[in-house]
Design a protein around this ligand. Structure first.
Ligand code: F6P
Length: 319
């Protein structure tokens, strides 16, 4: 392994820069030349590739986003696009590739692996929906961003005695809603992993009002429905004052937390080690604070783990 490429793809996540830094520095530490592939798989197809120096990743560990930029690339979903990517990697004499991203990025890394090119996946998405790791890079930061928003909204919700519906990101997975809902003391959490019953939610809201509760917070994961749609359902069933707040891409930016920086540094470095050990076709992750790796060819076949215990606990604590 003499030259390693690194790219970020899909939705950016705070901590991606710390992972890039780890890949680059770890490679250089071991005498390997690191190459940046800009704009994800689109940049790979177009040969937007440049050699990186030690200093090119200085002063980025604390920055959100990704200095390599990112893209969602339709062309790379085709065999033709993937072959163009391999061609570019060969043109630059790159021997192995670290792909930092979420679900779609893993599918790209899997395709390259199937074409015989050594790739290692590093899980980075605020959604925390990648199998084979308890945490993805960016989730902890997004969780804290959402929490700060919930705390702010709680102030105004309480002053005006209103019910707030807060729509958070998470298309197929409700971890952002679930964890922020528990940590933010939300009355109701609506996630794709669990059914909800409007009558039951209204009943809980009524009981809260009877006990003199001044406000209620309902967290809705976007994968279930929009906050506005959910508000319409609620308004049909109960006569209360409702406001909707959509947090949107605020959740994707910002300074990565200490947890995300440490995780990103460990995962990025391990990805390089795997390539050095000639173990392409792997996806790194963390399990009970131990860095692990799994086969990238079948990792996405496994279901994303649903924390039913946390969901149940949040219901018990928000009576
Ligand atoms: O994959 C991360 C994510 O932030 C999801 O939570 C969200 O649904 C999606 O990306 C939004 O993607 P885009 O920025 O392309 O609209």
């Amino acid at each position: 392994m003499k030259k390693i490429g690194v790219l970020t793809s899909g939705g950016d996540a705070p901590g991606m820069n710390a992972a890039i830094r780890a890949v680059v520095r770890k490679a250089i530490f071991h005498g390997i030349e690191p190459y940046a592939i800009y704009q994800g798989f689109s940049g790979l197809i177009n040969g937007n590739i440049k050699k990186l120096a030690l200093g090119s990743v200085g002063d980025i560990i604390q920055r959100g986003g990704t200095i390599l930029r990112s893209a969602r690339c339709e062309e790379f979903k085709t065999k033709e696009g993937q072959l163009k990517g391999v061609e570019q990697l060969k043109k630059f004499d790159i021997d192995g590739l670290v792909v930092i991203g979420g679900d779609g990025s893993y599918r790209g890394a899997k395709a390259l692996t199937e074409l015989g090119f050594p790739c290692v996946g590093v899980p980075a998405t605020i959604d925390n929906d990648i199998p084979g790791t308890s945490h993805t890079i960016g989730f902890d930061t997004a969780l804290n961003t959402v929490l700060s928003a919930i705390d702010n909204i709680r102030d105004t919700a309480s002053s005006h005695e209103r019910t707030f519906i807060i729509e958070v990101m998470g298309r197929g997975a409700g971890d952002i809603a679930l964890f922020s809902g528990l940590a933010g003391g939300a009355e109701t959490i609506v996630i794709p992993e669990a059914d909800f019953d409007i009558a039951d939610i209204c009943d809980r809201l009524r009981k809260g009002q009877e006990r003199g509760k001044k406000h209620s917070i309902i967290i809705v994961a976007e994968g279930v429905m929009s906050g506005t749609e959910f508000a319409a359902k609620l308004k049909n069933a109960i006569n209360i004052e409702i406001r909707v707040s959509v947090l949107g891409h605020i959740q994707r930016g910002g300074t990565p937390t200490g947890f995300d920086r440490v995780l990103a540094s460990r995962l990025g470095a391990r990805a390089v080690e795997l390539l050095m050990e000639d173990k392409g076709g792997r996806a790194v992750g963390i399990d009970q604070d131990v860095i692990v790796d799994n086969d990238i060819l079948n990792i996405l076949d496994q279901p994303h783990s649903f924390h039913e215990d946390i969901y149940t606990l949040s219901k018990e604590l928000s009576i």
